[in-house]
Design a binder for this molecule. Sequence first.
Ligand SMILES: [Zn+2]
Length: 396
Amino acid sequence: MADQTLARFVNERRVLTQLRMHGAMPRAELARRLALTPATITNLVENLAGEGLVAERRAASGEVGRRDVGRPGVDIALNPEGGYLLGAEIGVGLVRFALLDLALGVVASQTQRLATTAGPEAAVAAIAAYVAELERRRPVRGRLRSVGITVPGLVRSDGHVVHLPILGWKDVNLRALAEGVLSVPVFVENNAHAAAFGEVYTQPALSTDAIIYLKLGTGCGGAAIINGRLVRGAAGTGSEFGHVRIRASGPRCSCGQEGCLETFVNIAALERSYRPGEAFGTDGLSALPAIVADAATSGDRKACAAMDDLAGHLITGLTSLVNIFNPGTIVLGGPMRPVLAARLGMIAEAVAGGIVPGMQRPQIRLSTLGELECAVGAAAIAHHRAFDVSNIEIGA
Ligand SMILES: [Zn+2]
């Protein structure tokens, strides 16, 4: 890539990133923020507008009358219809979709059932069918840029699913499989990594110096974001916080070990301490956190004890994570949310009391994206790959 072309490419992404993070602004403000001349900004904006990625917009009423040289009252904004990114969460018995526009608005979402015994081919076929449906609609037609897919298991950086015991998949080149069927680039990510990334990417005001994310449900996924980047490790499979061993023994974990954090804070653990032996089935199990939280509110002692037990183990795991990462924020998500919501204050206090003295107390809160967190996160990763200045791969 010639130097000049590279400079333009980088500057176009800098413009898009500014607009994503700070919203619409006048050309003069863009020039100031990016330390570029007004003429360069005009040129970049013209190109981006030609590609349909940005558009002029009348400034919000309160801002009209600002004295911007050249075009008073006109802002440059991301054009929501300039491109679309699809996120697809492959879960136990379901595929969940979220479609983001270029301005990160969720413009469509859908949850489809998928047999729990479905293999990778069936999951990819469901995604392809949804993409085909989207492609029939305006304004998405022809503007789908890429697809992000998440799975609740170990995923290498190259999109290869290494280990996915909960669905019985092993050594599946999911990225290659999906790209063989879809006509756009595909990214594959661990579901907790994606949910964590979506949380910070869709909230630019959140400090991304150090964030820890735990997704509690059937399993316990983890992610760390340091300086805005996911900590993936050498092969992409890092941050498996659910497999931090907090006890010498305990229920056998999906990883083959005993004593893993996951086995004390997942839905099976809640079931074990609330109503052992009762058959809830897959659907019932996913509703169990809400059932237990409701029962506790009504004074059910067993429900209270089950929630306390789970929170106690979570506190043990979180305390170690805070000592390791010194996170400013810990985000908790996943289907366990109702139980976590009911114990959030207690968890925050206990973690603060258990960490190394002098260590900054982290803010602990629930994820904001709800059940769409993995699908939105997958689409956010696709957006980041396509448009963000911090993700330029020279020669890619
Ligand atoms: Zn484990």
